[in-house]
Design a protein around this ligand. Structure first.
Ligand code: ADP
Length: 470
C-alpha cells in the first residue's frame, strides 16, 4: 500500500513561504492539472541534468521526508500521483546549450503547471560542465523565466566527499582538477574555483558566500545574501563542508524561487515546508513477482557485486557481445534459460566484464557499437523478464538503466527506501507490468559488494515496516 500518511504536519496555504513561485496556469478547464491527484500542487519542482543524478536527488528528498516521483523527461500529461516533489530527469548535461536551455524551460513550465512553489536545478556534485555550460546558461534561463535576480550555486555533497571551501571544490582530499575529473572525456574539469568557473558560463556577476558566513546560520546567511544582491551579484557560490552547513543553509533558502545545486542542498529544504524525515515518505506499494538482476555496468564496484552474487551460488548467465554481433538471438536464449529458474529466487544476467575483456570486445566492434548492442540486448532481457513475471528488478549501470527503463516504457518512478547511498528502490507502472514493478537503478560505482542480494532483502524489510500500523 502506498503510504497515505503525511510525512510532516498538515500544511495549509499559509505554510507557503513568501516569495515562492505562484503556479502557472494549467491547461484551460482542468483544475486537476495543478498538482497531484488531490489538486494541491507539488512543493518542490526539480530539474536534473541526467538520469542517475535525478535519482540521487530524489533519494535525498525522500530521506528528508518528501514523497517524490521522478519522471523520465518532461511528461506529456499532468502528474497523477499526490507527492511533495517531482524530479524531471533530463539528459542535458553535455548537449548543445540552446537545446539544454529549451529542455530545461520545458521542464520548468510543466513543473509550474503542477503547482511547484520552488524550483531546484540539480547538477553533478563535480559540477560537470563543458566550456560553454550547461550549468551557467541553464541557470540564467531559469532565473529569467521565474523572474528572479538572485540564486545560489553549490555542488557540495559532504556525504559523498564533495565539499566547497572559499569557492574551491574538493573531491575527497584533493581539488576537483586533481581528482581525475580533469581527464573526463566529455566534461574535463580543470578549474576547481567555482566562482571563476560559473562566471565563465554566465553574464550575471558571480560572488561567494563563504564558510565563515554559512557557519553562523540563517540570519547571517540572509544578511550576506542581501549584501551580495546589493552589490549586483546574481549568483552566489556557497561554501559547505558538512551536512550541518547544508542544514544551516536550508532555512535561508526558504523564499528563494530558484535554487541551483548538487543533490546535497536538498537535505535542508523539506523542513521549510513543515516536512520532517519519516519512513512513510519512502512507502511503496507491496512488492510481488520474481526477482532478477540485469547488469551492464563494467565498473569496479559492479564487477565485485557480480562476483559476490555468483559466489553465493545464485544462478547467473553472462552475455557475450560478440555473439550478439554475430546475429545470435541472445535475449531469447537468456530468457529460455531464466524461465524455469525464476521461481527459486533471484538470478543475474550480466555483460559485466573487466577492462581487458571490454577492450577485446571494443577492439572488435568499436566502442559505440559494443555499447549499443549490449544495451539493446539487456533492455530486451529486462522487458522479457518482466513479461515472465519478474516484479523486483535491479539494473546495474547508468546507460543500461536508461535503456531498460525506455524498453519497459516507464515514464514515472515513485521513489522509495534507500538501499545504499544514491540508490533507492522505486516503483513504476508500465505495459509489461500494469499492476506495477519495483526497480532499483544502480549507477556503476554505487553499492556495497553484496548489493544484489541486499537489495531484495531491503525491499522485503521495507514492506514489513510499511505494513506496521503507525
Ligand atoms: P556505468 O554506470 O558503470 O558507467 P553504464 O551502463 O552507464 O554503466 O555503461 C556501461 C556501458 O558499457 C554500456 O554502454 C554497456 O552497454 C557497455 N558494456 C557492457 N558490457 C560490455 C562488454 N562486455 N563489452 C563492451 N561493452 C559493454
Amino acid at each position: 500500500m502506498t503510504a497515505e500518511r503525511r510525512s510532516g504536519p498538515p500544511r495549509n496555504d499559509s505554510d507557503a513561504p513568501k516569495g515562492f513561485l505562484r503556479p502557472a496556469d494549467g491547461p484551460p478547464g482542468s483544475p486537476d492539472s495543478v498538482g497531484g491527484a488531490g489538486g494541491r500542487g507539488i512543493l518542490l519542482g526539480c530539474i536534473a541534468d541526467d538520469f542517475t543524478g535525478a535519482t540521487d536527488l530524489a533519494n535525498n528528498l525522500v530521506r528528508a521526508g518528501m514523497r517524490v516521483v521522478q519522471t523520465i523527461g518532461v511528461p506529456a500529461d499532468p502528474l497523477s500521483a499526490e507527492v511533495d516533489a517531482v524530479v524531471v530527469a533530463l539528459k542535458s548535461r553535455t548537449i548543445a546549450v540552446p537545446e539544454a536551455v529549451a529542455q530545461s524551460l520545458q521542464a520548468l513550465a510543466w513543473l509550474r503547471q503542477q503547482g511547484a512553489q520552488q524550483i531546484y536545478f540539480k547538477y553533478c556534485s563535480t559540477f560537470d560542465s563543458t566550456a560553454e555550460g550547461n550549468i551557467g546558461p541553464v541557470t540564467e534561463a531559469l532565473m529569467d523565466a521565474v523572474g528572479t535576480d538572485f540564486t545560489i550555486a553549490t555542488p557540495a555533497f559532504p556525504d559523498n566527499q564533495r565539499t566547497v571551501f572559499k569557492g574551491y571544490l574538493f573531491v575527497g582530499d584533493v581539488l576537483l582538477n586533481e581528482s581525475g575529473m580533469q581527464n573526463h572525456p566529455l566534461t574535463p574539469m580543470t578549474d576547481p574555483n567555482l566562482v571563476r568557473l560559473m562566471q565563465s558560463q554566465t553574464r550575471r556577476p558571480v560572488g561567494l558566500l563563504g564558510h565563515a558566513v554559512v557557519a553562523r546560520g540563517e540570519a547571517v546567511i540572509r544578511q550576506r545574501m542581501g549584501e551580495l544582491k546589493a552589490q549586483g551579484v546574481g549568483i552566489a557560490v556557497v561554501d559547505a563542508v558538512s551536512n550541518d552547513d547544508l542544514m544551516r543553509l536550508g532555512p535561508a533558502l526558504k523564499d528563494m524561487p530558484l535554487v541551483t545545486a548538487g543533490s546535497g542542498v536538498a537535505i535542508g529544504l523539506p523542513a521549510n515546508f513543515g516536512i520532517l524525515p519519516s519512513p512513510a515518505a519512502a512507502g511503496l506499494p507491496e512488492h510481488a513477482g520474481f526477482q532478477a538482476v540485469v547488469s551492464g555496468s563494467c565498473s569496479l564496484a559492479t564487477n565485485r557485486q557480480v562476483q559476490t552474487f555468483m559466489a553465493q551460488g545464485r544462478p547467473a548467465r553472462a552475455i557475450d557481445p560478440l555473439r550478439i554481433a554475430a546475429g545470435v538471438d541472445v535475449a531469447a536464449e537468456v530468457l529460455a534459460w531464466a524461465q524455469p529458474l525464476l521461481a527459486s529466487g533471484p538470478l543475474l544476467v550480466y555483460s559485466t566484464d573487466d577492462s581487458q575483456g571490454i577492450q577485446a570486445v571494443q577492439g572488435e566492434l568499436g566502442v559505440e557499437q559494443a555499447g549499443t548492442l549490449v544495451e539493446q540486448v539487456l533492455a530486451a532481457v529486462a522487458l522479457g523478464l518482466v513479461r515472465l513475471g519478474v516484479g523486483q528488478l535491479v539494473v546495474a549501470g547508468g546507460e543500461t538503466s536508461g535503456a531498460c527503463v525506455q524498453a519497459l516504457g516507464i515514464a514515472q518512478l515513485q521513489i522509495g527506501p534507500q538501499i545504499d547511498p544514491g540508490v533507492p528502490w522505486c516503483h513504476a507502472r508500465c505495459g509489461a507490468a500494469p499492476a506495477g514493478l519495483h526497480l532499483a537503478l544502480k549507477s556503476g560505482n554505487f553499492g556495497t559488494d553484496d548489493f544484489f542480494i541486499k537489495a531484495f532483502k531491503a525491499l522485503a524489510q521495507s514492506t514489513v515496516a510499511n505494513a506496521t500500523p503507525a
